[in-house]
Design a protein around this ligand. Structure first.
Ligand SMILES: CC(C)(COP(=O)(O)OP(=O)(O)OC[C@H]1O[C@@H](n2cnc3c(N)ncnc32)[C@H](O)[C@@H]1OP(=O)(O)O)[C@@H](O)C(=O)NCCC(=O)NCCS
Length: 202
């Protein structure tokens, strides 16, 4: 899998045009120098603020803190002992084999994605979170398509874990071709199981 190269803007389309609401304090790290540009959303009928490209951007400390606060308060992470600071440290700490990106829509932070580039003959989706105001717009689906595409022709699998209680996320992955392959008991915390899902690419 490659990272850090621009995504080309092929045929991805959001389910409907995005006119993002304000994300609140600290949101948005507009003007970041780099980024991977995800597909251009379809033209919006009115010149609504914030309509723009979808970008995977490197995570600044400020954005990491914002994402840490947001996701620590949100399920499934709020049901684990993950502090905002611990999550912020994760977001800020990308490594070459485990990149993390802020998902930006029109310059506003809409979520985050983190990967491990190689698990078992393919990459592992370590973190995927879309902030509530941006859910159900097709961003998560777009990111799974991106992951699959970036995995390249040598990858045989995509991997992800979802909390046993996170039925919505499991359904989301299953609708994108993942199947449950194992239940990992007590993986993160005693008494709490994680479902390992695999998408076979070959
Ligand atoms: C699960 C998630 C990544 C999906 O991203 P998304 O951008 O909302 O997904 P899309 O718009 O591409 O697809 C929406 C579908 O995802 C599913 N979904 C799962 N959890 C959902 C949620 N909390 N909110 C909205 N949709 C959710 C639904 O089946 C929905 O389909 P529908 O609109 O036809 O009912 C995102 O909703 C999210 O971050 N949820 C909370 C955190 C989470 O559970 N992350 C996964 C951890 S493993």
């Amino acid at each position: 899998m490659t990272s850090g190269r621009p995504f080309s803007a092929d045929s991805y389309e959001l389910r409907r045009p995005i006119s993002p609401p304000l994300c609140g304090e600290g949101a948005g790290a507009g003007g970041l120098p780099t980024a991977v540009v995800l597909p251009t959303p379809p033209p919006h009928p009115s010149p609504t603020r914030g309509v723009g490209g979808i970008t995977l951007a490197p995570i600044t400390l400020e954005t990491a803190a914002h994402l840490g606060r947001a996701f620590a308060a949100m399920e499934p992470w709020s049901r684990y002992p993950f502090s905002p600071e611990a999550l912020a440290t994760y977001f800020a700490g990308g490594e070459p084999h485990a990149p993390r990106f802020a998902v930006e829509v029109g310059g506003e932070t809409a979520g985050a994605i983190g990967l491990r580039l190689e698990l078992l003959r393919g990459p592992y989706l370590q973190f995927l979170g879309i902030l509530p105001a941006y859910q159900r717009l097709g961003l998560g689906s777009l990111l799974l398509q991106w992951m699959e595409r970036e995995a390249g022709s040598s990858a045989r699998n995509l991997w992800v874990c979802a909390a046993d209680f996170n039925a919505d996320a499991q359904r989301f992955y299953e609708r994108h071709g993942f199947t449950r392959v194992a239940l990992l008991d007590d993986l993160v915390q005693d008494g709490r199981d994680e479902v390992l899902l695999r998408k076979r690419l070959k």
